[in-house]
Design a protein around this ligand. Sequence first.
Ligand SMILES: [Zn+2]
Length: 350
Amino acid sequence: MNFNKIRSMHFPNDVYIGHDAIYNVTDVVRKNLKNGTVLVITGNKTYEIAGKKVLELIADFKYKLLNVRDASIDTLENIKKEIKNCKIGLVVGIGGGSKIDLAKKTAADLDVPFISIPTAPSHDGIASPRASIYDGKSVLSVEAVMPTSIIADTSIMLKAPYRLAVSGASDVIANITAVADWRLAYRVKGEEFSSTAAIISEYTSKELIENSSMIQPGLEESIWLITKEILASGTAMAIAGSSRPASGSEHLFAHALEILGKGSSFHGEQVAMGSLLSMYLQGGDWKLLYSTYKKIGVSTNIYDYGIDKNIAIKALSIAHRLRPERYTILGETDLNESVAEKALKITGII
Ligand SMILES: [Zn+2]
């Protein structure tokens, strides 16, 4: 049989992480802007935290600043209208999550390079090729582009609320259940599998679990550690060419909560709860995950987020239907509502 396997992998060209990394933005823009205008997408708060500084550093280039709000299809349309008469050569996204998503999707639509400048290590989207966009009903994970460059300044990200940082840490810790689901899909469904991507992804989770006592409020090293593992997780996704190494049944549960009612919970917090359920159903050490989340200060109890018990039960019982092509442990389990309730109770989520 002839060998005909082919795969494409897209990695960022330049990654700067650490104290005062922001000062590299001038060189990064110079390197990536062939011609036209730099489109800078940020929000009001993130403008104050980092946007202002970035504009100072790229003052020699022609730029257009857009202060936007939520990552929705409407906002994307507004961005398109605003730049109708500009020739955009590069997009810079500065923010915690939604601004990065909007900038990433805009760059993908314009087919220009994208520079990711996260102001918080709040989820793994700061270094992934996918964007979460609200379509008026629920949040969709859409294909965008891998950032051409990532500038993660730990002194800036330290200023973000600690809750955002540990939310990002949880998103990475949960890679362990995502990989277990991927291995299962490989065995049961013959899904394409990359051992390299799987091992990197598992490693990021284990690093955070083993070093969880280093994750504390006000510590720049904590931000460094979380961001480093988010970047490595992005590498695993780039190798796999999909979000598989970082998104399994725990993300399906998070997605179900997004649809049914997530209360005040952040993405990483939903994923943390999801990973306890996944690990329990996979027969793994969910108690280790539980104690890790507790140690870093992430609640895995729905009542802390104002989520109703019946919503959590429903979320777990419908999660497997949300992305049928993504086979996970939920497809192996006969998850009627009473089984779901039992799993939620045992893991302390309800
Ligand atoms: Zn995630």
